[in-house]
Design a protein around this ligand. Structure first.
Ligand code: HEC
Length: 252
């Protein structure tokens, strides 16, 4: 047990230690300069895909006429929250004003869409466009914490999830069986829709992750060979006609 005096000393030490930590720079795990320096055709293409699937709805495709008048045009007028990549990154990370945070994108993806906006709209349309230069990169926050693999947050959807599976099966229930194995049942026919190992569902392009995700859930892993075709027979056969089945409901 600690005595009163020792306790106070310990507390003040803790408080002191806390103060010295917070006086340092805020923790940053994103290699801003590194990501920007690695911009290439691939990041441009990935940024274009993201921009066209989402940002264009409000910010527009031509850089000058945003369909949502309060959203900014990237090719003309002021950018109130900053025109440089890092300022735009902060808007995408923390949100600002009416623009919500877009942390469904990885930091690399956020920078990829910034890369696209710069190349497509800002560079050709803005006289005040500034290229990224060494001095700018040197001024960016450097990495001061390492994110442990285990700190990366995978979303937990629980032990089972109902979804579409691929484009062909409109309604399945996928159940985690442990050991990274997943079984999925077709909720209309009650047949097995798939059994795979390596993970649960790939949901990255769905609305679970993307505001306007038009993608569908896909099996995440390898199908287990030989265990794919558990299904119900009807009228004594597995080869019953799939024509004219009820739109919903399990059986012919
Ligand atoms: C639902 C509409 C909407 C969508 C979708 C949207 N934005 Fe915005 N965005 C806005 C609005 C509105 C503002 C202005 C915010 C303000 O001024 O309060 C804004 C502001 C911004 C700004 C800051 C502009 C400035 O003045 O400094 C950036 C950068 C930005 N958006 C990037 C994006 C990117 C990249 C995407 C796609 C990933 C995107 N936005 C998708 C509505 C949208």
């Amino acid at each position: 047990m600690l005595g009163d005096g020792q306790m106070r000393l310990l507390l003040s030490l803790l408080i002191f230690a806390g103060a010295s930590v917070s006086a340092k720079e805020p923790p940053n795990a994103v290699d801003h300069a590194g990501i920007i320096q690695s911009w290439d055709r691939e990041s441009l293409a990935s940024g274009e895909k993201i921009y066209k699937s989402l940002c264009t709805n409000c910010h527009g495709a031509d850089g000058v006429t945003p369909p949502l008048p309060t959203a900014r045009a990237f090719g003309k007028g002021e950018l109130n929250f900053g025109k440089d990549p890092y300022s735009m990154f902060k808007t995408l990370t923390y949100g600002n004003g009416m623009m919500g945070p877009q942390t469904w994108m990885t930091p690399k993806e956020r920078y990829a869409v910034i890369h696209y906006i710069r190349e497509k709209f800002m560079k050709p349309m803005r006289k005040d466009f500034v290229e990224v230069h060494d001095g700018y990169l040197e001024g960016l926050p450097t990495v001061n914490v390492v994110v442990k693999e285990s700190d990366k947050k995978e979303r937990d959807f629980g032990p089972a999830l109902a979804s579409q599976l691929g484009r062909d099966i409109s309604s399945v229930l996928s159940v985690k069986l442990g050991d990274d194995t997943t079984i999925s049942y077709n909720l209309h026919s009650m047949d097995q829709a798939g059994l795979w190992t390596g993970g649960f569902l790939d949901l990255l392009n769905t609305q679970h992750y993307r505001e306007r995700g038009g993608g569908v859930a896909q099996p995440k892993g390898e199908m287990v060979r030989g265990l794919q075709r558990w299904q119900w027979a009807h009228g004594g056969t597995f080869d019953y006609s799939r024509e004219d089945l009820l739109a919903r409901g399990p059986i012919p």
